[in-house]
Design a protein around this ligand. Structure first.
Ligand code: NAP
Length: 284
């Protein structure tokens, strides 16, 4: 039986529409992005973030700095944006040029404006089960589960990958949703033994086709986050024939990817709500 394809494109479009309504209600939502250098992939990401943000009515400020900009100048800009009342959310596009300390720059963003959810205060709140801003890709995974009526409560969830951007936060969100969570990584002794137990399997590795049908429990829901550009086009971590075993599967492309930008916009709205006193901020 072929799996149901979880249509991230359609869901993302719906969310962008909801965001546009919320932005209109709020009157103004400001999002500033900082891109340092001329990395072509980052340019593509930032350009599309701005396109969809602007379409949703968000006042998007696209700050671009030359690669040789000093870390102090970037930090000064972040502090300026932290103080700028017209800016609700700030995003620093990674990777930064090698001469900069990414951690120092990321941590300089005010937690309330940290729409990427990378600041330790936001990571800590997620860990404590009181999240405000969470990384967009994991948030998109949870939205996909919800949209396809997959209830994580009591389910065995296996996450392959433990990065701060995807693996760890999606594991925390699944735990918060009462799944029983296992996190796998490059030192996991027997990956297939772990993944075979998964009712919900999230693959966030970056190795094309690492998840094969033999590693998937029949009837599982499989979210493919891995994204690798190859000569044959974009490949996910999940082998396409997993569709013969899984009950639900995200396509690649068109699954988790489109959700990422939609969730970023939602995060910007959340930041605006918080800053207007319409949303309580958890512990900090
Ligand atoms: P990352 O920081 O490189 O992390 C990869 C993780 O995979 C690490 O935890 C690593 O383990 C683990 N891993 C590597 N080889 C493994 C193996 N053979 N078996 C089991 N685990 C293994 O990458 P990331 O930033 O999390 O991104 C992961 C993938 O998602 C990439 O392809 C990226 O392009 C993609 N991505 C997609 C979206 C989207 O919107 N769809 C968004 C963000 C990222 P160790 O920790 O032990 O090294």
């Amino acid at each position: 039986m072929a799996a149901t394809m979880m249509d991230g494109r359609a869901l993302a479009e719906r969310i962008r529409g909801e965001v546009a309504v919320e932005v209109a209600e709020l009157g103004h939502v400001g999002l500033a992005t900082i891109l340092v250098g001329d990395d072509p992939a980052s340019d593509v990401y930032i350009t599309s973030k701005h396109r969809v943000a602007t379409e949703a009515g968000i006042d998007a400020r696209d700050v671009r700095l030359p690669a040789e900009t000093s870390e102090d100048d970037v930090l000064a800009l972040v502090h300026e944006l932290n103080e700028d009342d017209a800016v609700d959310g700030i995003l620093v596009q990674l990777p930064l040029p090698a001469h900069m300390d990414e951690t120092r720059v990321t941590y300089a963003v005010a937690p309330q404006k940290d729409v990427d959810g990378f600041h330790p205060v936001n990571a800590g709140n997620l860990y404590l089960g009181t999240p405000l801003h969470v990384p967009a890709t994991p948030a998109g995974c949870m939205e996909l589960l919800d949209a396809y009526d997959v209830d994580p409560r009591g389910a065995a969830a296996v996450v392959v990958g433990r990065s701060e951007i995807v693996g760890r936060p999606v594991a925390m969100l699944l735990l918060q949703a009462h799944a029983t969570v296992t996190i796998c990584h490059s030192r996991t002794a027997d990956l297939a033994a772990e993944t075979l137990r998964a009712d919900i399997l999230v693959a966030a590795v970056g190795v094309p086709g690492i998840v094969t049908p033999e590693m998937v429990k029949p009837g599982a829901t499989v979210l493919d986050v891995g994204l690798t550009r190859t000569d044959e086009g974009i490949r996910g971590d999940v082998d396409r024939s997993v569709a013969d075993v899984a009950r639900r599967l995200t396509p690649m492309p068109g699954g988790t990817g489109p959700m990422t930008i939609a969730m970023l916009l939602r995060s910007a709205v959340k930041a605006a709500r918080y800053r207007r006193g319409l949303l309580a901020y958890p512990t900090q």
